[in-house]
Design a protein around this ligand. Structure first.
Ligand code: OGA
Ligand code: MN
Length: 252
């Protein structure tokens, strides 16, 4: 859902999101406890290319990888036991060009799978870890302590959305492999599913305007950021509600 021309403070954005469920506090500060953060409240994830002083990040800034990692197809916080439900991303400043956000519909993607593939996926559980996705960029940037703060978690590969009762894929760049299957086979299966789910017919691109509030459901979509000139300011801020439980404790 897209709401144009909104004027929200961080507090108002958090209060609004809280109507839809408990808020997932951002893991950014746990991951980067030694650096200065720009935004005061833990409920807000800083989706910008700005440092603690509000200046465009230097190319070697520690937090810069967080923004770049959003360019992988993912669903928010699937690497936490209780993952994200609704994300609400609000645009304070957008670059002149580029920096769209794309969304893939994982219910439509599931529906379009051949029957044999649906059977093959039944009951499969993937291991999700933020270090799997970050590892494809540069995992050496993180200390052992930071890595230990977010251990891998299991999540279902197919789940039933509690609202529509439709079956949906639940996959992401954080999904590393399938539990009980050789790592290589599981990884290739996940890559194939991501490729299938991100065909153009399942994807919508949002071009940002300042003041846009965009809300999506992480339980049945993936999303990714698109490139832009990172010497320009892009200041988006996100609040995400918590799902009710791990996907393992919800309908398959
Ligand atoms: C996010 C995210 C994409 C973007 O806020 O969770 O992935 O385009 N954002 O900034
Ligand atoms: Mn995201």
């Amino acid at each position: 859902m897209v709401f144009h021309d909104q004027k929200l403070t961080d507090d108002q954005q958090i209060d609004f999101a809280a109507h839809f469920g408990p808020i997932h506090s951002s893991a950014q500060k746990a991951r980067h406890h030694s650096i200065k953060h720009r935004l005061a409240r833990d409920e807000i994830a800083d989706i910008s290319n700005l440092d603690g002083d509000g200046k465009v990040m230097e190319v070697d800034h520690r937090r810069r990888l967080d923004g770049l990692a959003n360019r992988f197809w993912h669903t928010d916080a699937s690497f936490r036991t209780v993952p994200g439900a609704l994300s609400m991303l609000y645009a304070h400043v957008v670059p002149g060009e580029g920096g769209d956000t794309e969304f893939a519909d994982l219910r439509a993607a599931y529906d379009a799978l051949p029957q044999t593939k649906k059977k093959e996926l039944e009951g499969l559980i993937a291991e999700h870890s933020i270090w799997h996705s970050r590892g494809q960029l540069d995992v050496t940037k993180y200390s052992p302590e930071e890595r230990a703060s977010l251990p891998p978690v299991p999540q279902r590969v197919v789940r039933t959305h509690p609202g529509s009762k439709r079956k949906t894929l639940y996959i992401a760049a954080h999904a590393s492999h399938i539990i009980g299957m050789p790592v290589a086979d599981g990884r290739l299966l996940l890559l194939d599913l991501i490729e299938h789910a991100t065909q153009r017919q399942f994807v919508h691109a949002h071009s940002w305007r300042q003041g846009d509030l965009v809300i999506w459901d992480n339980r049945c979509t993936m999303h990714r950021a698109r490139p832009f000139d990172t010497t320009q300011v892009r200041d988006l801020r996100r609040v995400t509600t918590r799902d009710v439980a791990s996907t393992l404790e919800q309908a398959a």
